[in-house]
Design a protein around this ligand. Structure first.
Ligand code: TXA
Ligand code: MG
Length: 359
């Protein structure tokens, strides 16, 4: 299959005539059962008609994703939620008013309209209304209900630039829309509203605190906070090894100077063994590291910058064939919880704690 790549700039959310026409055609393609990758404010998505079982099957095939891992249905108007959800709770409307359009996904009971192919056999459906203007326009032209997992091959870091969508999806899907670099860089927060109290299944830019301010008590899936809990995560997709670079990634936690000293001793030893070494670090420590490739995620205080760069850096290490990667550890509250959740998964929970108390 030949994959068409189109560029949409949409300066300040305003589309040129040609861009509008290209999005209309891409939407038509979705309605006919095709697959179109597109930017959202979180990561690039791989879209198909959520109400067409054949489209969902094609999405699983293109990603090489197990079909028990449900897809998120993207909408562009709040009223459309009533078509795909059986009972829309008051809580759902409350947080929709507060955080939509934006990086928040709700789990709700599904209506009969949503095929089991889209929900991975579950009676619940994940719904999100993205804020990215290209995503919104494409959803409208695509019939209103677009299933879209992240546009990566299953197991790889989610794409935050079109280059990595092309790398993973070229030849497998109909259209790739290049809308430049995404803003947030980590996938949406997922909250399950079918349980009481509501429970966060995947941390993201919308934090537990922000949700609790609107909903009152909010729980967080224990597996997000404690990988060693021995329990299965409640979002099926969170159980898979994920976001992983090809090289071996180790997260090092402790005081900044101690972390840098530890990492430098590792990279020195690795180099002697012939490994190509890489470091993910903050601006404050950047010039202290010794490694073949050093990626600076931004200032330690600037979590948005860390979140935005993490996945593309993991991909770049692959491009540069780095075989041993070390990363600083980051604060694990607020948006930092999402950053650490993804980083630790990418590392297969391989973490060295320099400040751990002696036992
Ligand atoms: O930011 C995002 O959410 C991106 C963009 C493209 O919108 N999409 C995304 O989709 O991250 P995906 O498929 O890569 O991740 C969806 C996650 C998976 O972990 C899946 O198991 C979970 O959502 N999920 C979907 N439906 C669910 C359901 N009914 N119950 C529990 N978890 C569900
Ligand atoms: Mg994904």
């Amino acid at each position: 299959m030949e994959t068409k790549v189109i560029k949409i700039q949409a300066e300040n959310g305003v589309f040129s005539k040609a861009e509008e026409e290209a999005l209309r055609l891409a939407g038509e393609n979705l309605q006919q059962g095709g697959l179109v990758a597109f930017p959202t404010e979180t990561v690039y998505g791989l879209g198909g008609d959520a109400l067409n079982p054949a489209s969902s099957r094609k999405i699983y095939a293109a990603k090489g994703r197990p079909s028990d891992n449900p897809l998120i249905v993207h909408i562009s108007r709040l009223e459309d939620i009533y078509e795909i959800v059986d009972t829309v709770s008051e809580d759902a409307i409350k947080i929709a008013r507060e955080f939509w359009p934006g990086p928040l996904t709700m789990i709700l009971p599904k209506s009969a309209k949503v095929p089991y192919e889209t929900t991975g056999g579950l009676d619940t459906v994940a719904v999100r209304m993205p804020s990215h203007p290209v995503a919104r326009k494409l959803i409208e032209y695509g019939g209103g209900y677009i299933a879209a997992p992240s546009a990566n091959i299953s197991g790889k870091p989610s794409p935050t630039v079109a280059k990595y969508v092309i790398e993973d999806m070229d030849g497998k899907i109909d259209v790739i829309i290049d809308g430049g670099e995404v803003g947030i860089g980590l996938e949406s927060t997922i909250i399950d509203l079918t349980v009481t109290p509501p429970e966060i299944l995947r941390p993201g830019y919308i934090t537990d605190k922000m949700l609790a301010e609107v909903l009152g008590q909010v729980d967080t899936d224990v597996t997000i906070l404690h990988a060693e809990s021995g329990q299965a995560p409640k979002a099926p997709g969170m159980k898979y090894r994920h976001y992983a670079p090809k090289g071996e990634l180790t997260v090092v936690q402790g005081a900044p100077e101690a972390v840098a000293a530890y990492i430098n001793s590792c990279t020195t030893a690795d180099k002697q063994k012939g490994y190509k070494t890489g470091v993910i670090g903050t601006q404050e420590m950047a010039n202290v590291y010794q490694a073949d490739v050093i990626k600076v995620v931004g200032s330690r205080q600037d979590e948005e910058s860390i979140g935005r760069h993490l996945y593309s850096f993991l991909r770049e290490f692959d491009d540069e064939q780095v075989t041993r990667i070390y990363s600083e550890s980051f604060a694990s509250e607020g948006f930092g919880q999402a950053i650490m959740n993804r980083l630790l998964k990418a590392a297969g929970h391989n973490i060295v704690r320099l400040d751990a108390p002696e036992v």
